[in-house]
Design a protein around this ligand. Structure first.
Ligand code: ZN
Length: 219
């Protein structure tokens, strides 16, 4: 799966978004569904080591009492939503940091309206490095951070927080914002909601997201 050079500007845009951290306000053009637009670039190429079967480790910040909110349950529920779609995709919780699991964090951010961010890592000369510059590399792992202060400032409900976490975990599976990826996976028409659309949302994985997972990773 290679991208045409025609799409390089889109790829660059995505990389400049620093792994497409989710913002409160949708900033994605061309995502409204009613027009029948076909999203052709919904994932990043290159796959991930272990395919979509990832061990995931919860940093201690996830269970910190300082938030006054149970983010462990939120991450558990978000992981579960990405399971059962494809036999090649699962986000399995581990208590070990061995073998570079994906890592989840909760924190505060000084960046206005930033809800969360996903940072991929790749192996370069045997060393694990930030892979944000080329999202089409084969990722060794991904780190996901979400930001409690932004949720609080915007009075996010429990369901909306879950929507954000589920969105970020979708990025960890190489799903881009619809229309902002670099691989053409499947001609899936818009018109449906998708958890991978950027912005505030009170829902989780949709049929559209499931189709993308199956098209990219296989059944
Ligand atoms: Zn995003």
């Amino acid at each position: 799966m290679r991208y045409s050079s025609t799409f390089l500007p889109i790829l660059g845009f995505c990389a400049l978004l620093s792994s497409c951290g989710q913002q409160v306000t949708p900033q994605v053009a061309n995502e409204s569904g009613a027009s029948g637009v076909i999203h052709q670039l919904d994932t990043w190429c290159g796959g991930k080591e272990g395919n979509g079967i990832s061990a995931t480790y919860y940093d201690s910040s996830v269970s910190s009492s300082q938030w006054g909110f149970n983010y462990v349950t939120t991450f558990d529920q978000a992981r579960a939503q990405w399971g059962g779609i494809s036999s090649r995709v699962a986000l399995n919780k581990t208590s070990s940091t061995a073998n570079n699991p994906d890592k989840y964090y909760v924190g505060n951010t000084a960046v206005a309206d930033r809800l969360g961010i996903t940072t991929p890592y790749i192996y370069k000369n045997g060393v694990l490095v930030d892979g944000s510059q080329n999202l089409d590399d084969v990722w060794a792992k991904a780190n996901v951070s979400i930001y409690d202060n932004t949720f609080k400032q915007n009075s996010f409900t429990t369901t909306e927080r879950l929507g954000t976490v589920t969105h970020e975990l979708g990025h960890s599976l190489k799903l881009a914002h619809p229309g902002q990826g670099s691989c053409r996976v499947a001609p899936i028409s818009a018109g449906a909601t998708a958890v991978m659309v950027q912005g505030r949302k009170a829902y989780g994985v949709q049929q559209y997201d499931k189709q993308e997972i199956k098209a990219f990773w296989g059944l």
